[in-house]
Design a protein. Structure first.
Length: 566
């Protein structure tokens, strides 16, 4: 219950305004019929709306929430309890429901008739909390203006639809082509898959995992290299979701016993994103992984990838050589192809014939002849490379060297006047040399064709909004060679989804093949010896490159140590 004492008298009692200021405000209220609080703010008699709301909270005997606490629950169907038009008309916002009690945010003196109607509509007792007017306007726009995945999977629409699904073939139950209908008419599964992809793009995810288990489905996104779990829909939706994705990717929805691959494209926020789809049968159904390939051209700029200045100078110098073989190495997902695409993008010119053979073609570059590998019709890396040699190429980009035959053709092309760019799966730069020898290439051919090997990783970049500085101890300085007083730790905020990191940056080590290294390769030197030659030459390792990023405030020491080793 609210106190009988008027808010103006409370403000005077608290010495927040004077009696004369209150009288002036009441006189203005009699003239304009404005709320007294608005007049006090307009005349600058009170310092802020928050101060005024704190007193109003005391008068009304309801709690006051700060702007930061104004966070509606997204998994309780609150939009269905209080429709958007009512929330906007009366400036109210449902925050959460507990048993038969609904917490409702207001910014003005409550309309008792409205509260009584809400009790009947929601079948809940209403507990009021007071908030600032501008904050609730912004929160209403944000809450009702977008749909979160957690809201979709907990909505009554999905719950009702899930009752119609069972383990019988989905195609007999629902028309998944309903995507062609308007959003309001689309089947829940269509909206669910669309929202799953949209949220992944908003969160900068590179992969979406849909994994069936005995009693549930698991949705996970890979963001900046780490997997994060999402709220799953009912288990009955697994067949529907998989079939919808298969239709989009032009795959066989009836075949559930063997792995399948497919793809489709989406346009989102003025950019094109290719989606590669892979399905694999597991014991409780089919697991689906969607790889999201962003086509933004800024991703193909060497200056934005993470090179240190001296590394960029070396790499640009090498990719301008007229012939030779360049390898970029690293595990899957370390950004190797992106680095080489950026190199091709840098070199493309009407005066140069560039051809690529890839599996698959991840980025389409205007002015570059790109070939997709198709093993089922005999178009393999090795066959495509042989054809390239008759196409008068200046630069050849090979997606990956996987066998001796492909490696031999790459070396032959490099030795006969072409610049060849490719990737290998090795842990560091020196290992690429021994890998080529291990698959059957003669050491003298490796030494004669190779001009540069680079290794790379992707390291998470700290969120600029919330990274926390801390002083570097003398022990850490000595152990890691820091010459800075401060490095940073991850904290987490709303901007970075409470992860503490936002995006990734590449770290590199390069092994240029000079006379000393060429001599060691020709003698079939061991991997340890090649690494020693690399260290003696003063070349940076991946660990040193990562520690530089720590000193620059771009990442954390923990992240650097988890990604690299000595």
């Amino acid at each position: 219950m609210e106190t009988k004492e008027p808010i103006g008298e409370l403000l005077v009692e608290r010495k927040l305004i004077t009696r004369d200021q209150l009288n002036q405000a009441i006189a203005e209220q009699n003239r304009t019929k404005e709320p007294l609080g608005s007049i006090l703010l307009r005349f600058n008699f009170v310092e802020s709306e928050a101060q005024l709301k704190a007193i109003l909270s005391e008068q009304l005997k309801v709690p006051y929430l700060s702007d930061q606490e104004l966070k509606p629950r997204k998994d309780q169907r609150l939009k269905e309890l209080v429709p958007a038009e009512i929330a906007r008309a009366h400036l109210i916002l449902p925050l959460e429901r507990s048993n038969r009690e609904l917490k409702l945010a207001i910014s003005r003196r409550p309309d008792l008739m409205l509260i009584d109607n809400l009790k009947k509509m929601t079948d809940c007792e209403v507990m009021l909390v007071l908030v600032n007017e501008e904050a609730i306007k912004k929160a209403i726009g944000s809450f009702y203006g977008s749909t979160e995945l957690v809201e979709m999977v907990t909505s009554s629409e999905v719950s009702k639809a899930s009752e119609t699904y069972d383990d019988s073939p989905l195609v007999e139950q629902v028309d998944l082509e309903a995507a062609a209908l308007g959003e309001g008419e689309a089947a829940p599964v269509v909206k669910l898959v669309d929202l799953l992809i949209k949220k992944a793009l908003d969160d900068r995810a590179s992969d979406i995992h849909i994994e069936p288990f005995q009693d549930t489905i698991m949705f996970r996104y890979r963001i900046d290299g780490a997997l994060y779990e999402l709220p799953p829909p009912p288990k009955q939706f697994h067949l529907a979701v998989v079939s919808r994705i298969k239709i989009l990717a032009q795959m066989d929805i009836a075949e559930k016993r063997v792995p399948q691959d497919g793809s489709f494209s989406v346009n989102y926020q003025d950019r094109k994103v290719d989606v590669r789809v892979s399905t694999v049968p597991v014991i409780h159904g089919e697991k689906v992984v969607l790889r999201l390939l962003d086509k933004r051209t800024e991703l193909l700029d060497l200056n934005t990838l993470g090179f240190e200045p001296h590394q960029l100078r070396l790499f640009e110098q090498m990719i301008r050589r007229p012939h030779g073989l360049i390898f970029i190495t690293g595990p899957t997902g370390s950004g190797k192809s992106t680095t080489l695409y950026a190199a091709v993008n840098k070199r493309k010119s009407t005066a140069i014939n560039i051809v690529t053979i890839e599996d698959p073609v991840e980025y389409q570059i205007s002015g570059v002849n790109q070939v997709q590998v198709k093993p089922d019709i005999g178009l393999t890396f090795s066959n495509g490379l042989r054809a390239f040699l008759r196409q008068d190429p200046d630069i050849i980009f090979v997606g990956e060297v996987r066998d001796q035959e492909t490696a031999e053709i790459c070396i032959r092309a490099a030795l006969t006047g072409r610049l060849v760019l490719s990737t290998l799966h090795t842990n560091d730069a020196a290992s690429a040399v021994t890998r080529l020898v291990d698959i059957g290439i003669q050491p003298y051919l490796v030494a004669g064709s190779l001009i540069l090997v680079g290794a790379q990783r992707l390291i998470r970049r700290l969120c600029k909004k919330c990274k926390e500085p801390f002083s570097v101890s003398e022990q850490i300085k000595k152990e890691f060679g820091f010459d800075v007083e401060t490095i940073y730790a991850a904290k987490g905020c709303s901007e970075c989804r409470n992860i503490g990191y936002w995006g990734r940056v590449a770290i590199y080590e390069f092994l240029p093949i000079d006379d000393h290294m060429r001599s060691a390769i020709s003698r079939n030197a061991s991997l340890d010896h090649l690494r020693q030659v690399q260290r003696d030459s003063g070349l940076e390792t991946l660990r040193k490159s990562a520690l530089k990023k720590v000193a620059q405030g771009l990442t954390t020491l923990d992240e650097a140590l988890s990604i690299t080793y000595e």
